[in-house]
Design a protein around this ligand. Sequence first.
Ligand SMILES: C[S@@+](CC[C@H](N)C(=O)[O-])C[C@H]1O[C@@H](n2cnc3c(N)ncnc32)[C@H](O)[C@@H]1O
Length: 256
Amino acid sequence: MTEPDYVAVNREGWTRANKEYTDARAREAWAQNEITWGKWSLPESEVRALPEVTGKEIVELGCGTGYFGAWLKRLGASRVVGVDVTPAQLETAQRMNEEFGLGLEFLLENAERTSLPGSSFDIVFSEYGASIWCDPKLWLAEAARLLRPGGELIFFRGSTLQMLCVPEEGPVVERLVRPQRGLYRLEWFDNDPAVEFHPSTSEMFALLRENAFQLLDFRELFAPEDAVDHEYYDTVPADWAKRWPDEELWHARKRG
Ligand SMILES: C[S@@+](CC[C@H](N)C(=O)[O-])C[C@H]1O[C@@H](n2cnc3c(N)ncnc32)[C@H](O)[C@@H]1O
């Protein structure tokens, strides 16, 4: 099956990011005992967004180097499968998996349409993976297909406000620079080409409904007061994210 145009662009970007940052950072992330969310490492002990994972079968769509899946396996998940489209990211994930002996499984595929059997997971998870790099019309349908009835979907992405304030080049500014009307596919073709997807909040509500999901929780998250600029992801300075929410957490359940 031919892949959509943006998949190759993003694979190239993540191959570069793996070389520049994610591979070197992977061991520290896998070794981390505390579960944390997003760029500002918000502790799960404060965010309290994860459902019970003990004994659950989990698939992570766009797993990158697999550290979040590793945390979920350590927390008690019975099976964690990580899907990613970038070989370099999965090579790092597999190397860490062998080093830490956690028994995760990895699949090199487009998360918008996997070869995994339907109704085979209790939780679909994504932290800045399919949740931003895949077309929501496709990946949310795939998440619904993969989940058993009553299964849960948890995903994390940048906030809509951030997207409205991010110019074509450079970091976020303190004014709206993009229309919200028509906000869906965002393209960057500067020195780090990338294609992201970001339907607005109400459009996400509609997409979740269309895919038989019931929304359980939606959070807008700020950087903590002591946050400093992220060492690699520089689109949002800490000072901005202390005043406006730059990240979002979504939790939904597939209707039985
Ligand atoms: C930011 S990482 C997510 C992993 C991790 N939670 C993190 O925050 O670093 C984004 C991952 O999404 C993957 N990705 C991008 N497009 C994808 C697609 N169509 N299917 C599967 N994975 C994809 C990239 O290869 C990359 O490894």
